[in-house]
Design a binder for this molecule. Structure first.
Ligand code: SAM
Length: 281
């Protein structure tokens, strides 16, 4: 028997014009449509002139229980589609579990290209797009939030985050504390809608005004400081280590390792044999 296809169909993130004709074609022929909210999806289908297929609610609570029904429908040759309320299913939205189950069962999964707030914001952010990380929503509080912020602080690739309006200020403050005030950032708001806006700046200076609408935050990657430490920095590090009662020789080794400077230079400064580095050191 020919098996069916699981179709992942993006829906608009604000502008109905972004609903592709291919998306309309696919949703018009599937036997079952998994969606987060039947009323919301029903409205989209109606606006697009699609006769409603059978709908099944697929959200964080129900997706697990839908897996068997969807896999069976596909195995019996029925095409099934997944949509979310807005954007690409499976991206900070339900869908991932159904896809994993279909792939594990050897079934065909096809994703349609279309609206996704993360990619839309990233491409217009002015920040590097070659290598980037999708962080999605940060945990709201606690240790796991702090750990994720610490990871973003040293992440060299551009990081993309989603955020709700009532948390945007706190998240920007936390990113500022973790990544430093000079890190470049772009905040994208209400993409594809009338009040679409991009605010560019640094974490220390960005002003998003009165929070309203939906947000994507794009944070520049971490660039390690490769400037060699100056004499004062080496001397101060030596003072700190010597204060712990370590010998000058050992202090020089520790500081050389820590700051990536020649051991000889650190030792000379530790014993006061010289006051400045020599050329090429
Ligand atoms: N699957 C969706 C996608 O492909 O973009 C994302 C769904 S996630 C539950 C919703 C979050 O996406 C919002 O809280 C916001 O951070 C972001 N988002 C969705 N639409 C947006 C828009 N029009 N402008 C800015 N951000 C948006």
């Amino acid at each position: 028997m020919t098996t069916g296809t699981l179709w992942l169909v993006p829906t608009p993130i604000g502008n109905l014009g972004d609903f592709t004709s291919r998306a309309v074609d696919v949703l018009s022929h599937v036997s079952l449509l998994c969606c987060e909210d039947t009323r919301r999806t029903g409205r989209l289908l109606q606006l697009s002139g699609i006769t409603a297929p059978r709908l099944a609610v697929c959200n964080e609570h129900t997706e697990h229980d839908l897996v068997e029904r969807v896999v069976t429908a596909l195995q019996y040759g029925n095409d099934v589609a997944v949509v979310s309320d807005a954007g690409t299913p499976g991206i900070s939205d339900p869908g991932e579990r159904l896809v994993a189950a279909a792939v594990a069962a050897g079934l065909t999964v096809t994703a349609l290209p279309g609206a996704c707030a993360a990619v839309t914001a990233l491409t217009a952010s002015g920040l590097p797009t070659g290598r980037w990380v999708m962080e999605g929503f940060l945990p709201r509080s606690g240790q796991s939030r702090n750990e994720r912020l610490a990871e973003i602080a040293t992440e060299r690739r551009t990081t993309v985050l989603y955020e709700a309006p009532h948390r945007i200020r706190r998240t920007l403050d936390d990113l500022n504390a973790a990544c430093g005030s000079t890190r470049r950032v772009t905040v994208a708001r209400e993409l594809t809608k009338i009040h679409e806006e991009y605010v560019h700046g640094t974490l220390g200076t960005i002003d998003v005004g009165e929070p309203r609408g939906e947000y994507v935050i794009i944070v520049d990657g971490f660039t390690p400081d490769t400037t060699p430490p100056d004499t004062e920095t080496i001397r101060s590090a030596l003072d700190d280590v010597l204060a712990e009662g370590v010998s000058r020789r050992d202090a020089a080794s520790i500081v050389a390792e820590r700051l990536g400077v020649p051991r000889r230079l650190a030792y000379d400064l530790a014993i006061g044999a010289r006051t400045t580095p020599q050329p090429n050191e």
